[in-house]
Write a protein that binds this ligand. Structure first.
Ligand SMILES: Nc1nc2c(ncn2[C@@H]2O[C@H](COP(=O)(O)OP(=O)(O)OP(=O)(O)O)[C@@H](O)[C@H]2O)c(=O)[nH]1
Ligand SMILES: [Zn+2]
Length: 295
């Protein structure tokens, strides 16, 4: 018998007056989330089963990446799970920039539902909450830091009778990592396991982060999450440079590579904005030339 995974329904027999139980069999899975085992062989590892809807969470700010979105969609389609895309942190970008992101999703031929949300302004959180149906099971997928935990807390806060495994009062980071199944007041179930959230979705930017883990580690200690590491108070990177613990050249090459990877596929709207700016220059030049010819 294959081993059960999170979300499986199993048949058990109890012994010792209910103190112990054995799993007899696993009920057929209606859907599943699985990933390739590392090492390149064709084997799969089951991550979760019987999920109805996967929220694929990306931030509008830095994290946005259509290619990665597509990989998550392949994974959910493969497992017969309905995908819903959540674009978080809309409060950090302009409405025009958001329009660009939505357009780039459409242009990629992605027709899954997209809900722009902000955990700060509350925009869209109600829409997500209303989407959750009794008896259905949901999960959240997405890179670290995109706002999944904040959203879950917001959803629990809305159903103020959230029951089950989790209480939302005074929870620290440590308890968050043990949270697994959240029963929302309206009867929806949310599977929230940090281990299954990222699914080994490595890409250029994450590879980049790995080779500059020291820079990343300092950056995570900056007072402001959006610190540019130039002149902000409480900047851990500037402090590390001042103490001689971090080589400014290392920071510079990190920032240079980061800008490059952002231009080459990381952030499509930024790229388009740059292309558009270049287009303006070209058009202005042609216009100027035309006028010159007219004279
Ligand atoms: N501006 C803004 N910040 C947000 C929003 N949502 C979350 N954040 C912030 O982003 C940071 C990361 O949020 P988390 O909810 O911990 O992200 P996560 O996806 O759960 O990250 P992991 O637990 O590492 O998987 C926190 O500092 C949040 O306060 C948002 O909508 N807007
Ligand atoms: Zn900083």
């Amino acid at each position: 018998m294959a081993l059960p995974c999170v979300g499986d329904w199993v048949r058990v027999s109890y012994h010792d007056a209910g103190a112990h139980a054995s799993i007899l069999d696993i009920q057929p899975r209606t859907s599943f989330l699985r990933r390739r085992r590392p090492g390149g062989n064709a084997e799969f590892q089951m991550i979760a089963a019987n999920i109805d809807v996967a929220f694929i969470v990306q931030s509008c700010h830095f994290d946005f990446n259509v290619r990665r979105l597509e990989r998550y969609l392949v994974m959910t389609r493969d497992g017969h799970i309905e995908p819903v895309i959540l674009l978080t942190k809309t409060d950090l970008i302009s409405p025009e920039a958001l329009e660009d992101l939505l357009a780039s999703i459409r242009h990629a031929g992605i027709n899954a539902r997209v809900i722009p949300i902000s955990n700060v302004s509350g925009r869209g959180v109600e829409t997500v909450h209303e989407l959750i149906q009794p008896g259905k099971t949901y999960c959240l997928l997405g890179s670290s830091g995109v706002g999944k935990t904040t959203l879950v807390n917001g959803l629990i806060g809305k159903s103020d009778l959230a029951t089950g495994v989790v209480s939302h009062t005074g929870e620290g980071r440590h308890t968050t990592t043990r949270r697994q199944l959240i029963a929302l007041e309206n009867g929806g179930l949310l599977i929230d396991m940090p281990g299954m959230r990222e699914l080994g979705m490595l890409d250029v930017s994450e590879g980049l982060d790995a080779s500059f883990s020291d820079v990343e580690a300092y950056a995570s200690r900056c007072r402001f999450a959006n610190c540019t590491h130039t002149r902000e108070p409480g900047c851990a990177i500037q402090a590390a440079i001042a103490q001689g613990a971090l080589d400014p050249a290392h920071l510079q090459s990190y920032q240079k590579l980061r800008r490059e990877s952002e231009f080459h596929g990381m952030s499509h709207p930024e790229k388009r904005k740059k292309d558009r700016a270049f287009g303006k220059v070209v058009r202005a030049t042609i216009k100027a030339k035309g006028r010159w010819h007219d004279d």
